[in-house]
Structures are given as structure tokens and as C-alpha cells.
Design a protein around this ligand. Structure first.
Ligand code: HGY
Ligand code: MN
Ligand code: MN
Length: 421
């Protein structure tokens, strides 16, 4: 047990965290939402702000690893003990919200700031990690940087992926100083890390609906993400009788509705977030359609059933429209539970901050899900107003953010103190 007479951990200056988030939004946000899509200039600018803030608190040990993750290290009293890592991701989806990922990085900066100005150094090294491309919004592969640390990144599976402008993943990463083939080498850095903590917004409606400011997180739902291509025949919109069409666009539309039906039937979620039609003009029947499907469920068996039923539905919709079809898995992760002991500490910290006593499951993915494969991990959620996220009007109240930040500081202190006993 930690010594009851020992002073508590230095508190995070929540007002400073909110001010830094405002500065980040000022630099890389605006009415159209966050512009920090990974590997872009705005994303690099957000890292410039982070480096500035780290310099202000005297943290000079800042490096970028082979997968593009940024590491900042505040030395602790026992340099040989496994370090505590805190972090999240500065990258955003296009027109994203001001808090998704950014809250965790800036609050993590707040933990380093609190300890850097404390009388004594932290018991062991404190490391802040800003993970590269958590969102995967350009190439469809989420958790890029954290999966490199967890040893699950396979560059060969990503070769040839292109973004909406036709730029390949290899060329985009190279322009940012990252060699795709070497990204897995980042894994060696995890050797010195004993645990990882992440503060994030819930991005869903549960906490706000019950009036809770914050909560611990029990784990992340599993994801199956795939692309399905339908091939029919492009034809003139005016001269082609309805009975003679091979409309790939309608096959895609029917699949999207099937995905919704399958998700509801299994109590999961299914999203057809993108359908690209070719030739994609108003005067032509679509000859080709590319459909991106994202399936999620907290239970592996249900998720597997959703995937099988989606694949069967694609065959039916293709046949019904006299189209052929092919599928390409984009990415998957099984449901990931977080470390029981750390989740219990996070529950105690959330309750002490006036938040929810019991952990909730995350429907969204987080870098913590990848790291949980290899080291103990826990998360704290801040309530999201209206459960809105991945949109410019993503918001949390200052009161809920302050409570979640306090819980996170308490949790980090408790985990650090555990090293002493
Ligand atoms: O997809 C997700 O859940 C995360 O926001 N990237
Ligand atoms: Mn996120
Ligand atoms: Mn996100």
C-alpha cells in the first residue's frame, strides 16, 4: 500500500490544459473543425506546439521513432525502473473535433508539467507519447503508430494503399520522414515501458445521458473493416431500360442497408462510411462501386457472425444486380480488455473525482487497445456532450474535463507511487 502520510501526486493544472487545447484549436482548428489529418502540415504544426510546450517545462529529451510516434521523457528518481507512459494522438479525422486524441496528449503534457515543477522527480521516468495516425483516415488503417509498438503492424499489407488524392502511403510517410518498411522497428522502444495510461473523450452518449463527468474504461470493441468492390456495367442513364441494367451503385446501396440490418440484429454497430461510384456522374449508371464497411462488437463471436453475414449479403446483392464482386480486408482488431488491476485503480480515481464508479466499454478504438496487447493499460473517459465526435461540434463541458483531468492525474500518481512500494 502507498504510505498514507506521503504527499499525493502533484495535481494537473486543468486550466492550463484547457488553455493549451484552445491554442491547439486556434492553430489547427476553426469553424470547419480540426485539420490535423496525419502526415499533413497542420499535423506537423500541432507537434510544433507540443514541442514548444515541452521545452517550456524543461523536457528536452524529445524524439520521433521509426513509425512516426513522438516520445518525450521526463527523468524519474529510479532511471532503471520501467517508465510510465501517458499519451494519445494529435492527428484528427478531416473536419474533426477539438478533443479526440488531443485531450489525451495535452493532459499527458499536463502530467509531465505537474511533475516537472514538483519538489521531487517522479519515482520513475514519465514518458509522453503522441501516436502517429491513430485515425487512419487517409489510408483506412487505424492505430498505425501504436500497432508498430505492439508488433502488429505489417507494412506489406499496406503497400499500395492510396489516399483520396491518389498518393501512396509510402510516399506520404516518406515525405514525413517515415520509411514504411522500417516502422515496425519502433517496437524496441516499448521495452522500457511498464504501463500506459490514456485520457480520452467518450465520443458516445453514455456518460452524458446519466450525468457522469468521467469514468474508467474496461476495454475496446473489436473491429472488422473491409472494402467490397462491385462490377456491373456503366450505361447511359437515359437510354438504358431498367430491366437491362447492371447497376453497381444499387448493389452497393443494398449492401449498405444490409450492413445496418446485420448490426442491429447482433447488437453491434455497422457503418458504410464511403461508397465510391464509377464513373460517378449523374448521366450514367454506375459500372463500378467501392464500398468501405466498418463492423464493431464487444464480443468476438458476434463480430465474426456480423462479418460472415456481411460477406454473404455482398454476394446476394451482387447476384441480384448481375454484378460481380470482390472483397479486400482493410484491417481488423479483436475485442481488447484492459488490465484488471489498472482498471480498478482508474475506477477509484474516477470515483474520487466525482465521476462514475464502474468502468464502461469503449465503442471507439484507441491506441490503448494496441498497447494493451503487450503492457498493462488503462483509460479514463471524459463525458461527450450529446455523444458527438468526429465532427466540428464535438464538445465536453469544462467541468467534466476538469473532473476527468483530475482523475487522470490521480491515476498517474497512483500508478507511479505503486513503483515505490
Ligand atoms: O475508429 C475509431 O474508433 C477511432 O476513432 N479511430
Ligand atoms: Mn481518438
Ligand atoms: Mn477518432
Amino acid at each position: 500500500m502507498s504510505d498514507p502520510a506521503a504527499p499525493g501526486p502533484p495535481a494537473i493544472d486543468a486550466a492550463r490544459v484547457l488553455a493549451d487545447l484552445d491554442a491547439l484549436a486556434e492553430l489547427t482548428g476553426g469553424p470547419g473543425g480540426a485539420r490535423r489529418v496525419c502526415w499533413t502540415e497542420e499535423w506537423q504544426a500541432s507537434r510544433g506546439l507540443l514541442r514548444e510546450r515541452l521545452g517550456e517545462i524543461g523536457v528536452e529529451d524529445v524524439e520521433v521513432d521509426e513509425a512516426g510516434n513522438l516520445w518525450a521523457r521526463l527523468p524519474g528518481a529510479d532511471r532503471d525502473a520501467p517508465a510510465l507512459a501517458v499519451g494519445s494522438h494529435l492527428d484528427s479525422v478531416p473536419a474533426g473535433g477539438p478533443l479526440d486524441g488531443a485531450l489525451g496528449v495535452i493532459a499527458g503534457l499536463g502530467v509531465l508539467r505537474a511533475w516537472a515543477s514538483a519538489t521531487d522527480p517522479p519515482p520513475r521516468d514519465l514518458v509522453l507519447i503522441d501516436f502517429a495516425d491513430e485515425e487512419g483516415s487517409r489510408f483506412g488503417r487505424s492505430l498505425f503508430g501504436s500497432s508498430a509498438l505492439a508488433g502488429t503492424l505489417e507494412p506489406a499489407a499496406l503497400e499500395g494503399l492510396v489516399d483520396a488524392d491518389g498518393r501512396t502511403i509510402g510516399s506520404v510517410l516518406a515525405a514525413a520522414g517515415v520509411e514504411l518498411g522500417r516502422a515496425p522497428e519502433a517496437r524496441r522502444r516499448l521495452g522500457g515501458i511498464g504501463a500506459y495510461l490514456e485520457l480520452h473523450i467518450e465520443q458516445g452518449p453514455v456518460l452524458a445521458a446519466e450525468g457522469s463527468s468521467c469514468a474508467a474504461v474496461s476495454g475496446c470493441a473489436g473491429v472488422e473493416r473491409l472494402r467490397i468492390d462491385f462490377e456491373g456495367h456503366a450505361a447511359h442513364a437515359g437510354t438504358t431500360p431498367m430491366g437491362r441494367r447492371r447497376d453497381a451503385g444499387l448493389a452497393a446501396a443494398e449492401l449498405a442497408l444490409a450492413v445496418e440490418r446485420i448490426a442491429r440484429a447482433h447488437g453491434g454497430v455497422g457503418t458504410t462510411g464511403r461508397i465510391d461510384l464509377d464513373p460517378g456522374i449523374i448521366t450514367a449508371v454506375a459500372g463500378r462501386a467501392a464500398v468501405a464497411v466498418d463492423l464493431r462488437h464487444p464480443e468476438a463471436g458476434e463480430l465474426a457472425a456480423m462479418l460472415e453475414e456481411t460477406r454473404a449479403a455482398a454476394a446476394v446483392t451482387a447476384g441480384g444486380r448481375s454484378c460481380s464482386h470482390s472483397e479486400r480486408p482493410i484491417w481488423r482488431i479483436e475485442p481488447i480488455p484492459f488490465d484488471d488491476a489498472l482498471v480498478a485503480r482508474a475506477e477509484a480515481a474516477a470515483a474520487a473525482a466525482g465521476g462514475r464508479a464502474a468502468a464502461i466499454a469503449s465503442g471507439a478504438l484507441h491506441d490503448a487497445a494496441e498497447l494493451a496487447r503487450v503492457i498493462p493499460v488503462a483509460m479514463v473517459f471524459a463525458a461527450s456532450v450529446g455523444g458527438i465526435s468526429h465532427a466540428p461540434d464535438e464538445r465536453s463541458t469544462d467541468e467534466d474535463l476538469a473532473a476527468a483531468i483530475a482523475a487522470f492525474g490521480e491515476l498517474a500518481g497512483a500508478v507511479l507511487a505503486a513503483a515505490r512500494s
